[in-house]
Design a protein around this ligand. Structure first.
Ligand SMILES: Nc1ncnc2c1ncn2[C@@H]1O[C@H](COP(=O)(O)OP(=O)(O)O)[C@@H](O)[C@H]1O
Ligand SMILES: [Mg+2]
Length: 210
């Protein structure tokens, strides 16, 4: 799996930092995640699955296979989604991906927020080869936002487009309480539990040492 990391590092070196930042900006990935790196993922079993996914990301995208990164708050889910999107950019840049926060979806749809002259954010979200939907939160009675996210995921899975989703819900909660969504997800995303490290707590301890 070292090869995956080497391959990514080589690609990073090939693209001038400034150019890569322009690509990252275009994906709408929050700046906070631009620095997310494989090295910082702790050596827990899920890391191997992440590396496998990264190593075959081109094929995954052709087949429309995404990830459902689930687990507790601050475990590094969004960072892993960012690493996947960055890797896809490096391999097939430039028009590969988009990042949206699940809770921004209603605003994008209602206000027809533009991505650029040709696309709205929503039309881009429906058609881009790799989409990250960050922080899907579900409530018992699916509200507006959740339905929109569900519709978007369904449409993308139908079109065989890869979607990476992050959520604090456990897989069993999704399975038991949102069976329709669970069914859809099974067709196009690999569930992966991200647990065992609390990044924000670690940051806090570090700052206390100062
Ligand atoms: N692989 C990583 N590389 C760099 N920083 C990371 C990584 N994983 C987590 N972090 C840091 O920890 C913070 C919390 O991780 P995040 O991915 O946002 O957690 P989650 O999405 O599970 O709540 C991030 O803002 C980032 O600063
Ligand atoms: Mg997150």
């Amino acid at each position: 799996m070292i090869q995956v990391e080497d391959m990514i590092k080589k690609r990073v070196d090939m693209i001038p930092q400034k150019d890569f930042e322009i690509l990252l900006k275009r994906t709408h990935m929050p700046k906070l995640h631009w620095e997310a790196s494989i090295d910082k993922i702790p050596d827990l079993p899920y890391k191997l699955t992440v590396l496998k996914y990264l190593g075959s990301i081109k094929e995954r995208m052709v087949e429309g296979q995404g990830l459902l990164l689930h687990g507790p708050y601050s475990s590094g889910k969004s960072a892993i989604a960012a690493i996947c999107l960055k890797t896809a950019l490096l391999l097939q840049f430039p028009k590969i991906g988009l990042w949206i926060k699940a809770k921004a979806l209603p605003d994008y749809i209602i206000n027809k927020t533009r991505f650029d002259d040709a696309f709205t954010m929503y039309s881009r979200a429906k058609s881009v080869p790799l989409l990250v939907i960050d922080e899907i939160q579900l409530r018992k009675n699916l509200g507006y936002t959740e339905n929109m996210a569900e519709d978007l995921i369904r449409e993308r899975i139908d079109k065989q487009l890869a979607t990476i989703i992050t959520t604090n819900h456990s897989l069993s909660t999704i399975r038991d309480e949102y069976p329709a969504l669970y069914e859809i997800l099974q067709e196009g995303v690999l569930p992966l539990k991200i647990e065992g490290c609390n990044f924000r707590q670690e940051k806090r301890i570090n700052s206390e040492e100062w």
